[in-house]
Design a protein around this ligand. Structure first.
Ligand code: MG
Ligand code: ZN
Length: 271
């Protein structure tokens, strides 16, 4: 995982609330909430471990993350917020799906945390809907963690009862290991990818509550067998729910909204 791929260190995410600029315009970051003097202060607890001690380093990073994630979860639940951790490969259509979802779930307070290595591009697309959004730029890092999530929540301060989407960095590997404090993970896969993704990335599919198969409008043009995909996904996660959608045409998205509202009311009912 990330201790070996280079991003297992502590959270150094750069978190920005985008300004109301036109997408693509030059940004004056003078007013942004940058916070990158952070990692030296907090990184010390594992940076000096022997590099040969990879397994215990990974365990230590994950144990620390899990502890913070539990705090995030308690904080979110106390405010009746349903937090969904959205994961996928790059380009599966997470942001497009979120834009449509926010627009069509009118009346539901929504806040979004966007994770990307660089740029504010996705946050700007979300901001154009009028929704509260924070962008975390992970630099070399390939996943979000609980500390970055905590800091983004502090900046965003979503209204109690909000639906919170956390769009993870496009990567089907280590985001599976890092709990952010979410209610559930939703994996988005597009039909332009291989139907064998669940077998190649079993960790991600095994921790998913829901899989959204996106871009089904492209099914006539690609070699993607939905039944085969469903079989593989159930092989690694027998309980996983699977919905076929198109974020561009809107096909199937009602089932996704129903899934959200069912889980939202369950979440709110919790003692
Ligand atoms: Mg995106
Ligand atoms: Zn990573």
């Amino acid at each position: 995982m990330c201790a070996t791929c280079g991003c297992g260190g502590d959270s150094a995410g750069l978190i920005t609330i985008p300004h109301e600029h036109l997408p693509g315009a030059e940004h004056d970051h003078g007013h942004a909430h940058h916070d990158h003097d952070h990692d030296h202060a907090h990184g010390a607890d594992h940076v000096h471990l022997p590099v040969t001690d990879t397994i215990s380093l990974e365990q230590k990073v994950l144990a620390k993350n899990d502890l913070l994630a539990q705090k995030n979860r308690a904080w979110l639940e106390a405010r009746d917020m349903l937090a969904i951790n959205m994961t996928s490969s790059p380009g599966a259509g997470k942001t497009t799906l979120l834009v449509r979802t926010i627009q069509e779930l009118a009346g539901v307070p929504v806040a979004v945390i966007e994770g990307d290595q660089e740029t504010l591009l996705d946050a700007e697309r979300i901001m154009a809907t009028g929704c509260k959004v924070a962008q975390i730029n992970t630099g070399a890092g390939c996943h979000l963690d609980a500390t970055m999530t905590r800091r983004a929540l502090d900046l965003l301060d979503p209204a109690p009862g909000s639906l919170l989407f956390i769009e993870n960095v496009g990567n089907l590997v280590c985001p599976a290991l890092f709990d952010l404090g979410e209610y559930g993970k939703v994996v988005v896969i597009s039909v332009t990818e291989g139907a064998d993704k669940p077998l190649k990335y079993p960790h991600m599919f095994s921790v998913a509550s829901l899989v959204l198969v996106n871009k089904i409008d492209l099914l006539p043009y690609v070699d993607f067998d939905l039944d085969r995909f469903t079989g593989y996904a159930r092989q690694v996660n027998p309980a996983v729910e699977i919905l076929a959608v198109s974020a561009t045409t809107g096909a199937g998205v009602t089932q996704w909204y129903d899934w959200l509202s069912a889980h939202r009311s369950q979440d709110v009912k919790r003692p």
